[in-house]
Design a protein around this ligand. Structure first.
Ligand code: PAF
Length: 287
């Protein structure tokens, strides 16, 4: 496994593979890898001749009061996990290598950046779109894999790739969960044991929405059911419950008539957890 700390090193590795006619799959991450990430890595490994993972805690997607400094990191463990998955290259630049002295140009998807998580975290998606564009330009992959867990991020990256004619495919990987249903996240380790137990309310509330959805309920009733389950988590500070069109993230009202996504953001102390599930009314063909 090649460890590339500079853009030039990764470019050189990828150039060699492409000259040999090999395909390249990319998995961008911020490190502190867990089974959720490894699912993305395995999919890239399966679909491409060469799998590249990036590890970069991107400062431009953190707000001034967010957890950039305390974001968990463990380089040695991450590298051992990726080696075990037969990853071909890991790109792990530092901030200077990634942004240099410049850093004055940004990529923005204004509509999708300013709603939902974007409204709670101003600037976050601008930072994501910019760093992901840079990673695509440096690694020039045939496809990149993103988790459905970060549903808004996935939707935004799909739109960016479409709008800017970026020459790669975006592949989605379903959310990987702990045995009790909690979506895997690097932030889970920062939950107290008590909060860890309560956090299972997120996936429970999504299952409640999924069960209700088949009968085509009113969106308001769905939201009420989700909030009732979330209320079981005593210390959970519900930041948002949103039920949106699964493809465009447009707001919905009235009865559920087409696939929707339920998006949750709940804070436990300093830890913000998100989760999502696509729900489909029974009347939709193929549901
Ligand atoms: O999902 C993440 O871990 C990050 O937002 C990403 C896509 C690696 C960009 O920094």
């Amino acid at each position: 496994m090649k460890i590339c700390r500079t853009r030039a090193e990764l470019r050189q590795a990828v150039r060699g593979w492409k000259l040999a006619g090999e395909t390249v799959g990319l998995v961008p991450t911020m490190g502190y890898l867990h089974e959720g990430h490894l699912g993305l890595v395995r999919l890239a490994r399966e679909k491409a001749d060469r799998a590249v993972t990036t590890i970069f805690v991107n400062p431009t997607q953190f707000g001034p009061n967010e957890d950039l400094d305390t974001y968990p990191r463990d380089e040695a463990r991450d590298l051992a996990l990726l080696e075990a998955e037969n990853v071909d290259a890991v790109f792990m630049p530092d901030v200077t290598e990634m942004y240099g002295a410049g850093g004055d140009t940004f990529v923005e998807v204004p509509g999708l950046s300013s709603i939902l998580q974007g409204a709670l975290r101003p600037g976050h998606f601008r930072g994501v779109a910019t760093v992901v564009t840079k990673l695509f330009n440096i690694a020039t992959p045939d496809f990149a894999v993103f988790g459905e867990k970060d549903y808004q991020q996935l939707t935004l990256i799909r739109q960016m790739v479409r709008d800017l004619d970026m020459p790669l495919e975006i592949v989605a990987h379903p959310t990987v969960r702990e045995a009790d249903g909690l979506a895997m996240s690097s932030r889970n380790v920062r939950l107290s044991p008590e909060h860890r137990q309560q956090a299972v309310a997120l996936s429970r509330s999504l299952s409640a929405a999924e069960a209700l959805a088949t009968s085509g309920p009113e969106i308001d009733a769905l939201e009420k059911a989700v909030r009732a389950e979330l209320a079981e988590a005593r210390d959970g500070d519900v930041q948002s419950v949103d039920i949106r069109d699964a493809e465009t993230l447009a707001a919905l009202s009235g009865p559920l008539k087409r696939p929707a996504v339920v998006l949750l953001a709940v804070r436990f102390g300093a830890v913000l957890l998100i989760d999502q599930r696509v729900i489909t009314p029974r009347s939709v063909p193929g549901a």
